[in-house]
Design a protein around this ligand. Sequence first.
Ligand SMILES: O=P(O)(O)OC[C@@H](O)[C@@H](O)c1c[nH]c2ccccc12
Length: 260
Amino acid sequence: MTILDKIVAHKKIEVAARKEILTVADLQSRPLFDKEPVSAKAWIGSPTKSGIIAEFKRQSPSKGLINGTAKVSDVAEGYFKAGASAMSVLTDQEFFGGTVDDLLAARSVSPVPIIRKDFIVDEYQIIEAKSIGADFILLIAACLTPKESKQYAAVARNLGMQVLLEVHNEEELNAHVDPCMDLIGVNNRNLKTFEVSIETSKALAEKIPNEFVKVSESGISNIENIKELKTYGYKGFLIGENFMKTENPAQAAIDFIGQL
Ligand SMILES: O=P(O)(O)OC[C@@H](O)[C@@H](O)c1c[nH]c2ccccc12
């Protein structure tokens, strides 16, 4: 059993329990459910913006504890002021130490498009994402069937949210890509082995159809990475650890984006 299998198995149990506590109707009656989502595609694809998707991540299965003290609202405000094009908030508690309240806290201080970063295995989580003010969602090809990815993308689109499809190889890309998706993210980290290589993004770039905004995810730690990835057509750059491992993630983002 890979870590990804474990996460997905745990997630299904967790979602079943959440549904018992909070019905879909409860989610739909939350005030943020009616908020008009901001276009991630527009913010991340804009030539006048940084393209940086700055992530709030306390811990991860591959790195253990990354930052146990940073306050999400301070970081979210700082990422916005730093000029991030979007923010990613991990909402998985068991493996990443995040919560839906983290996303709510980020939402209350930041106008940038926010992605709910979680392992979506049920439509309920998409409605929940809308109810906490997320603008776009992550669908991970490695933990879904192509049918599920397409179905979930349609659910998100019907709610006005955009979709970032995460792939790690050409097979996943070809099987899962769908017109209801908006951005394609290439994860440089293999979620099964945790190996990280920017080469993954370079190799897959030309396979991604041009109507999608291309995003490179994970293991980005310097400006040279970004400059190089831009030459391959990448517009979005998802950065977590490089900011979160510092004592002041917001300042790290300001320093980094300032050099672009
Ligand atoms: O911390 P990094 O190496 O900058 O990576 C960020 C982001 O890409 C990573 O957190 C991530 C990419 N896809 C995911 C799926 C689930 C959880 C986390 C992720």
